[in-house]
Every structure is written in C-alpha cells, then in structure tokens.
Design a protein around this ligand. Structure first.
Ligand SMILES: [Zn+2]
Length: 370
C-alpha cells in the first residue's frame, strides 16, 4: 500500500491524499460506509458504487463468529463473497468484544468471549486477529486492541494502552510473516483522554512501524470538544506521510472538524443506522421523517441534495413508507444519508484542492448543523 500526500491546507491541518490499495485507489479524506455483516444494510454493492463509495469497512469479529473466516476464504475471500471488488478495511474485533463487556475476559494473551449467537466460547489473540483478516483478504488490516470504557483512571488507561501496544507489535510480527502480502496493517493509538499516554502510544506504534495510524478509543462518551482536542494533539505526533484514521466518528460536522485537525479516514454507523430509524441529514441539520409535519410535505428531504432520492421522492412519501414499515423506507433513507456523507467528503476534498477549506469549515460552524 502506498499513500500520496497531495496537498496540505495552509490555514488548517486538512490534508488531501490518495491511498493506493490492492483493490484500487481511494481519494482522501474519505468516509467508509460500515458493512458489519459483509453488507451495508439496505444497499447493493452497485448502489454503493453509484453513490461514490470507494472503500467500506467490515467487522472481522462478526464474520469470525458467523459465517466464519475459513468459509469466506473458501468462497474466494470477502470481496468475492460480498460482490464488492473495491477496497475493504476490516476492524480487528477489539471494539465488538468491548461492547459485549459482560461476556468477555481479557488478559495479555488475548480476549476470551462468548458468541452472542449460541454462547460458544471463542478466543481472539493478536495473531488470530491478523489471521482472520488475512483469510478475509482485507486490504487494510487493523491491529487487535484493548478498548477501554470511558471514563477510565490514568492507571487503567496506562495498563490498557501498554497491552494494546504489545498486541500491536505481535500483530506486526504475524502480518510480516505472511509471504507476498499485498495488504496494509494499521496501528491504533490508545490512551483514553490522557495526553501523556496518547503520546507514548504514538511513539511505541511508530517504533514498530505501520502503514497507517488510527486514532482509537474516542467517541465512547467523552464530550465532543474534548474529542476534538485529542485529535488535534495527535497530529504532530503522527508521521505526515502515513494516513490517519479516526475510528467510529461521527456527525457531518465532526467530519469537517476532524479533517481540519489532520484526519484522512473515517467510518461510522451513524448515516446508515440513523437512516433506518428515519433520521435524515440535511444541510440545515437533521429531520425525523416520522413527524406529523411531513405528512403532506411535497418537498424533498433536502432542496440542496443531488441524490437520487431527493430528485424524485417527497418527504410525504418517505414518511408514509416509514410509518408503514416498508422495506423501501430503509433503502431510500440509507441512499440519501450515505450520499450526504459521501458528498460531504467530496466537498471537503474539493475545497482543500482549491485552497478554500477554511470557508467550508466556517460555513459548517455558522450553520449550527451537527
Ligand atoms: Zn438526498
């Protein structure tokens, strides 16, 4: 994998880049739609491609539990299995296991947990996490990390961060043992909200050496301004010639704010999950489509949106589909929300290229929309 840093904004830390992977080129900053179960819910790969998705995220841990990485490998790998021949980034499972906190047990070897499907005991180590993602054929493999709940004490955060850094080193060793490996391995900076721990974590990862650096352990309940400060403090600690990926963030406003702080890659379930709940993003903030005020509303979701849904359907129709619990409701709402996110990234890239990113940032701040 190769990363070209094409341009750095002069007024902010925004970066315009290009990621070359085994399955094609990704223009950054980029948003990765989340396809947990080898599908972005409510969308075919062709529909995603038409909206301009360049890379998607899938969850190795979920696929490890069902249908199993060996089965997918036997089917020709994850790209072929799900009919998507563009890049895929897989997360290692740390976060999934973390969200099942009452069913897990973590020690230095790895994490023992129970399947949420049938209660079967499972074990994930740094080595297994790399093997699973490699069997899937992921273009960007993430290290296994120990995710910590928020808030955490300095002692707990230190212990967890050092364990994560040791696991990252073991992932690197395993990854490097794979012959002719065309894929990339990203490290994940941890350390909760403590600047000294984040700095130590970044140093340790850089010493090991990765193809890209993720900022992990955020968007777990800390206040938004605190998250922005942590992301900003990360910028000078990370090598400028490698991509930076902020995991699990966020709202359209968060994307612009974090691009301004030097982030190149994002993923979040928000646009797709919110779509299924009838929460739709617009340039003036969100709307909740079930509200009675849209019952007879002929206008599109967003007058300024160029997506196929806004070109054709009214809020009244979308509200009707939602309250009638029609499958098409999820499909159309997902189409609009994903387009909105992908288009936000296109505008960000365009404004960085034309040296007007600060204008976009100022407009986002003055609009008040999240
Ligand atoms: Zn739209």
């Amino acid at each position: 994998m190769k990363f070209d840093l094409l341009k750095t904004d002069t007024e902010t830390k925004a970066r315009r880049g290009r990621l070359h992977t085994a399955h094609g080129v990704v223009e950054t900053p980029v948003f990765m739609p989340v396809g947990t179960q080898a599908t972005v819910k409510g969308m075919t790969p062709e529909q995603r491609e038409a909206l301009g998705a360049e890379i998607i995220l899938s969850n190795a841990c979920d696929l490890f539990v069902r249908p199993g990485h060996e089965l997918i490998k036997g089917q020709g790998g994850l790209h072929r299995f799900m009919g998507w021949d563009r890049p895929i980034l897989t997360d290692s499972g740390g976060y999934q296991v973390f969200s099942l906190s009452d069913l897990r047990k973590i020690d230095d070897d790895g994490v023992r947990f129970r399947s949420h499907l049938d209660g079967a005991p499972l074990f994930l180590s740094p080595e297994i996490a790399v093997d699973v993602q490699s069997a899937l054929g992921s273009d960007v493999v993430m290290v296994l990390d120990d995710c910590l709940a928020h808030p955490a004490s300095h002692d707990d955060a230190l212990r967890s961060m050092r364990r994560s850094m040791e696991w990252a080193r073991r992932c690197r060793t395993r990854f490097d043992s794979i012959e002719d490996n065309p894929n990339a391995l990203f490290g994940i900076v941890q350390g909760s909200t403590f600047p000294d721990l984040r700095a130590e974590s970044a140093d340790r990862l850089i010493e090991t050496g990765f193809d890209g650096y993720a900022i992990g352990g955020l968007a777990v309940g800390e206040p938004i301004p605190e998250m922005y400060d942590i992301v900003e403090a990360q910028d000078p600690l990370l090598p400028p010639d490698k991509p930076r990926y902020l995991m699990g963030v966020g709202t359209p406003r968060d994307l612009i704010e974090c691009v301004a702080r030097g982030v190149d890659m994002f993923d979040c379930v928000m646009p797709t999950r919110h779509a299924r709940n009838g929460w739709l993003f617009t340039t003036e903030g969100h709307i909740v489509i079930r509200h009675a005020r849209f019952r007879n509303d002929e206008s599109p979701i967003d007058e300024n949106c160029e997506c196929p849904v806004c070109k054709k359907y009214s809020r009244a129709y979308l509200r009707h589909l939602y309250v009638s619990k029609e499958i098409l409701s999820s499909i159309l709402n997902t189409t609009h929300n994903l387009f909105f996110y992908l288009d936000t990234m296109r505008r960000i890239r365009h404004f960085i290229e034309s040296e007007r990113f600060s204008e976009l940032l100022a407009a986002a701040r003055s609009s008040g929309a999240q």
